[in-house]
Design a protein around this ligand. Structure first.
Ligand code: HEC
Ligand code: HEC
Ligand code: HEC
Length: 224
């Protein structure tokens, strides 16, 4: 696909990425008084469900202290708190309010697919043309999984509502059913689906959003 599209999608994906920074930010910065009051009201609005830091053994790398989520830009450790423009940025909680929540509140806690389908957000397809419409491809590819885990349905529809074909083909996936070897290990290492899921799209923790193809129940022995 041509490069202007790529750029748009990169812009969109970075927007989603910025939206999810709250979960990635680690250390909170020492902040100005104004910012501190802001943070207090924010935590009150959304009670923290994460494990309190003091209960976690800090030496266990598998049980990291869960960082505070969705901090305002002045405290997120990414933006420069001494820059006046940082004060002008919308806080994540303000941006997320009114958007449908994802089940389990993982990632940034927003169900972006629902938000788009309910017209709560409006994804711009072409930076230069606010009226341009995406090229949506409604093709699902089912990948069977051995064992008790339901199979994975990869929906082109939800992806092409937001992304261009060239975001995935051919760099991440060869466009041919079954031509790509995908495993959970690769995804968790940030490859294949994991290039986006866990970074700019809902994370691995939401198993059932990908593993949604229930297996047929094993036939019962005929009654005699
Ligand atoms: C988010 C990533 C992503 C995007 C965006 C995407 N695809 Fe795909 N596509 C996939 C995956 C994953 C497969 C399955 C590959 C496999 O089974 O190994 C696939 C498979 C295909 C196939 C093979 C179908 C078959 O039955 O063999 C075609 C053709 C294809 N895509 C075309 C497109 C086109 C055209 C677009 C843009 C309109 C697009 N894809 C956008 C990820 C994507
Ligand atoms: C972003 C989508 C996605 C999410 C979220 C996801 N999976 Fe997967 N999973 C896949 C894909 C794709 C495969 C590979 C299917 C195949 O063999 O082609 C897979 C494969 C598997 C397999 C088969 C063995 C393996 O490692 O490949 C198991 C078991 C599994 N997933 C469990 C889980 C569990 C448990 C969760 C939640 C903690 C989860 N998955 C979340 C997409 C996902
Ligand atoms: C190029 C980035 C990218 C890649 C690669 C990618 N996804 Fe996604 N995916 C997204 C985005 C963006 C969304 C929509 C935002 C969200 O739901 O967080 C999405 C949404 C989805 C949804 C829709 C869930 C719903 O509620 O309708 C499923 C299912 C899904 N992805 C599965 C997969 C699987 C399985 C793979 C790998 C085969 C994959 N994705 C690879 C970016 C990607």
């Amino acid at each position: 696909m041509n490069s202007p599209f790529k750029l748009i999608h990169f812009t969109l994906v970075s927007a989603l990425l910025v939206a999810s920074w709250g979960t990635l930010a680690t250390a909170a910065q020492p902040a100005k008084e104004k910012a501190v009051t802001e943070a207090k009201t924010e935590t009150a609005a959304q009670p923290q469900t994460a494990i309190a830091g003091s209960e976690v053994n800090p030496f266990n790398r598998l049980m990291r202290v869960v960082p505070k989520r969705h901090l305002p830009p002045t405290q997120d450790g990414i933006h420069d708190p001494t820059n006046d423009s940082t004060q002008m940025l919308q806080t994540p909680l303000e941006a997320f309010s009114g958007l449908p929540k994802s089940q389990g509140d993982f990632g940034n806690g927003v169900d972006w697919v629902k938000a788009l389908n309910e017209s709560k957000i409006d994804a711009r397809w072409d930076r230069n043309d606010p009226k341009a419409k995406p090229v949506i491809m409604d093709l699902s590819i089912v990948r069977e999984v051995k064992g008790s885990m339901p199979g994975v349905g990869f929906p082109h529809k939800q992806h092409t509502q937001l992304l261009d074909c060239s975001n995935c083909h051919p760099a991440i996936f060869i466009p041919q059913k079954g031509a790509n070897q995908i495993s959970m290990a690769a995804i968790m290492l940030g490859q294949k689906c994991g290039v986006c899921h866990g970074t700019v799209a809902f994370p691995v923790a939401e198993c059932r959003r990908c593993h949604d193809k229930a297996k047929p129940v094993a036939a019962k022995a005929p009654a005699k």
